[in-house]
Design a protein around this ligand. Structure first.
Ligand SMILES: NC(=O)c1ccc[n+]([C@@H]2O[C@H](COP(=O)([O-])OP(=O)(O)OC[C@H]3O[C@@H](n4cnc5c(N)ncnc54)[C@H](O)[C@@H]3O)[C@@H](O)[C@H]2O)c1
Length: 330
């Protein structure tokens, strides 16, 4: 199987490392604006750098990975879909519902396997906790509480603070992963959202703290707090799922715990992460995506998940603007 990558920044490289580990999967070429970065990659891995996407398309790839900054998705999505190429698109699918309307007729073409890189769903702790929850080990899920504390460190690209390119702050870069994870666990569409935001760093025009309440159509409630701090912090990413007869606590990159009146079970994955590295979920995602293309079966994260997440993000920003609960429109 042959593929291309658009953008070999942080995410593009993680995808390359993941697909590079799979037998008979070959990177045909890549696009990259930063010529210094492109030359280095070209030389190191002997892969051709293309100035334009059309060059990669002419080699007839089976799929293309879009790992560009958020505002540069529209044209590549249109062009790849017109040429019947499957897409693995970094989150968010697009910036907002206005952009969704533009790509809709291209992306909804049948027979193509598109996925959105909500890569945290592929974490061992998330997949195994989800199995336990689906097996009703904590009864009926009632409430989910998620806390995501991270630092905006110097290694992150500058464009994430530029609203025109990023479309938003901590919500679009980080918390959108949490939203996808919560939807996956709640196993329902969202009915309504309410949110507020603030800025710890007041010198940027995108939010770095967000507080979101979600009510799902099946009655589950969720609360999500995400911070993207301009100083050193103790990072934390935990999800607590409260059911009618017990609780699951997921600690990203560590494991999870199952807790009830008569049970306490700890699933410790620290050795798994020590052995495989912190970004191993990219490898699991890559294998799963290749399998989907080969078998023509829908991927674990499908196009609808990407579309829904864009609609949820829009509703969250609308709620912040209007300071009221926003009912979701699907
Ligand atoms: N799933 C994850 O865990 C994860 C982690 C990090 C980033 N991301 C996502 O990946 C995407 C890229 O983010 P990043 O952090 O890797 O950014 P980045 O800036 O490190 O990488 C983007 C790369 O694209 C290049 N580029 C920009 N415009 C281009 C164009 N038109 N054509 C070709 N190359 C172009 C840039 O030079 C840069 O090298 C974003 O959607 C981001 O949200 C996802």
């Amino acid at each position: 199987m042959k593929y291309g990558i658009l953008g070999i920044g942080q995410a593009g490289l993680r995808h390359f490392n993941a697909f590079n580990n799979i037998k008979n999967v070959k990177l045909l070429g890549f696009t990259e604006f930063d010529l210094k970065k492109a030359k280095k990659f070209e030389k190191k891995f002997n892969v051709k750098h293309f100035k334009k996407l059309e060059g990669i398309i002419s080699l007839k790839p089976d799929f293309i990975i879009i790992a560009l900054p958020h505002s540069f998705r529209l044209e590549p999505i249109k062009l790849c879909c017109k040429n019947n190429i499957n897409l693995l698109i970094e989150k968010p699918l697009v910036l907002n519902t206005r952009e969704l309307k533009i790509i809709n007729k291209y992306i909804s073409k049948k027979n193509l396997i598109h996925s959105i890189s909500f890569v945290h769903r592929y974490r061992k702790e998330v997949l195994n906790a989800k199995k336990i929850i689906d097996n009703k080990k904590i009864g009926k899920v009632k409430f989910i509480s998620e806390t995501m504390i991270s630092q905006k460190n110097n290694h992150l690209p500058n464009w994430i603070d530029n609203k025109k390119i990023s479309g938003g702050g901590v919500l679009l870069y980080n918390a959108i992963h949490s939203i996808d994870k919560i939807c996956f666990i709640a196993d329902s569409k969202i009915d309504n959202v309410f949110a507020n935001k603030t800025n710890i760093n007041e010198n940027i025009d995108v939010e770095d703290v967000i507080n979101i309440s979600l009510k799902f159509k099946n009655g589950v409630f969720a609360n999500l707090i995400a911070t993207f701090l301009p100083y050193v912090t103790t990072p934390k990413w935990e999800t607590k799922i409260f059911g009618s007869s017990g609780q699951v606590d997921i600690n990203i990159r560590k494991g999870f715990e199952l807790i009830s009146n008569n049970k306490f079970k700890k699933f410790d994955y620290s050795n798994y992460y020590k052995k495989n590295g912190p970004n191993y979920s990219f490898n699991i995602q890559a294998k799963s995506y290749i399998k989907s293309i080969k078998t023509k079966k829908p991927p674990l994260v499908n196009l609808d998940d990407g579309i829904n997440s864009v609609k949820i993000v829009d509703a969250i920003y609308e709620s912040i603007r209007k300071n009221k609960i926003i009912k979701m429109k699907y």
